[in-house]
Design a protein around this ligand. Structure first.
Ligand SMILES: Nc1ncnc2c1ncn2[C@@H]1O[C@H](COP(=O)(O)OP(=O)(O)OP(=O)(O)O)[C@@H](O)[C@H]1O
Length: 309
């Protein structure tokens, strides 16, 4: 498991990560979600000991990454813009990493097969597409068969088949009991992949909850009703305690579910032309949540400058 406590990173005056605490549990996929520039990569780099925190601490399975005797076998990571030797083949790259981390060479062909690069294993990495590079990065992450896997934007550059493959792989790794921590700026992708969500905006944690809780709390829903007796239906539903908003030729009803609306209307012998549960998309919920953090951050900066004191 990964434990992040009071983590802060400043670059000069810029606070990239601001007093962040959360836990990434074993045996499930935790999605790390936030808009561009939110602080995801910076946090992940600190988890991996590649950036030194200004304050706070991170432990992976109880110790700091850089204190690990065999990092590649402890934590597998895919980071953005991974530097690869362009003249080397994928197989040679993995062999070199395996040898320098005392991982058996037989594992190289296993991971090449796992990520679907067997056919191009001898091709120079410089000729790889973005998607192939991502697959090779994931192969590197899995080379040491690590119990903890950290993937920064793993679906970048992948086609729909590749995206589905990453999703299945992440779920499989979690089912095997590993700790899986994946960043993305795409809510729709995380909704299909993650069990748990940590949402960050402007360096601060905005939500840390299960995907189910996030949907219940943030994805607003209403029942869309169309009826030739709109006025009567609206009065009836309001009388039953619902919140009813007329929109064009529709009624948007909150406070009663679709079944209750249907039964109330049926009991009175009124007609319905439509009865639909409408959920706002998770993408909308995510945008609303993170755009609020922009305002918060602007206030915080004014406060820091002393203007409000
Ligand atoms: N080395 C650096 N020097 C100065 N500022 C930096 C540095 N690295 C990151 N930042 C700033 O810190 C903030 C957080 O960046 P970070 O890359 O962690 O965000 P992110 O959520 O990963 O975004 P993206 O999805 O665009 O990669 C951004 O405002 C970024 O400009």
């Amino acid at each position: 498991m990964i434990s992040v406590s009071g983590l802060t990173k400043k670059y000069g005056d810029k606070v990239a990560v601001d007093d962040v605490s959360f836990t990434v549990a074993t045996g499930r996929v935790t999605g790390f979600l936030g808009p561009n520039g939110a602080g995801k990569s910076t946090t992940m780099r600190m988890v991996l000991g590649l950036d030194r925190p200004t304050a706070g601490s991170v432990t992976v399975n109880g110790r700091r990454y850089r204190d690990s005797p065999a990092p590649l076998r402890e934590v597998g990571a895919l980071l953005e813009a991974k530097a690869l030797h362009p003249g080397r083949s994928a197989r040679d790259h993995l062999r070199w990493l395996a040898a320098s981390n005392r991982i058996p060479t037989s594992r190289v062909d296993e991971v090449l097969e796992l990520v679907g690069l067997e056919a191009v294993a001898g091709t120079r990495v410089g000729k790889f597409s973005l998607g192939m590079g991502q697959r090779l990065g994931i192969a590197v992450a899995l080379l040491g068969d690590p119990p903890v896997v950290v993937l920064d934007e793993p679906v970048n550059g992948l086609d729909p088949e590749g995206i589905r493959w990453v999703r299945t792989l992440a779920r499989q790794l979690a089912t095997e009991g590993r700790t899986v921590f994946i960043s993305s700026h795409l809510m729709s992708e995380m909704a299909l992949t993650a069990d748990h969500l940590v949402v960050i905006g402007r360096g601060r944690i905005l939500a840390d909850c299960s995907m189910r809780e996030f949907i219940a709390e943030h994805a607003a829903s209403y029942v869309k009703v169309r009826s030739p007796q709109r006025g009567q239906v609206a009065d009836l539903l309001r009388g039953a305690g619902a919140d009813v908003t007329p929109v064009d030729d529709e009624l948007h009803v909150q406070g009663l579910d679709a079944a209750a609306v249907g039964e109330l209307v049926g009991d009175k012998g009124l007609y319905l032309h439509e009865l639909t549960l409408v959920r706002s998309s998770l993408e909308d919920a995510f945008m609303t949540l993170t755009s609020a953090s922009v305002e918060y951050s602007a206030r915080a900066r004014t406060d820091q400058a002393g203007a409000l004191r």
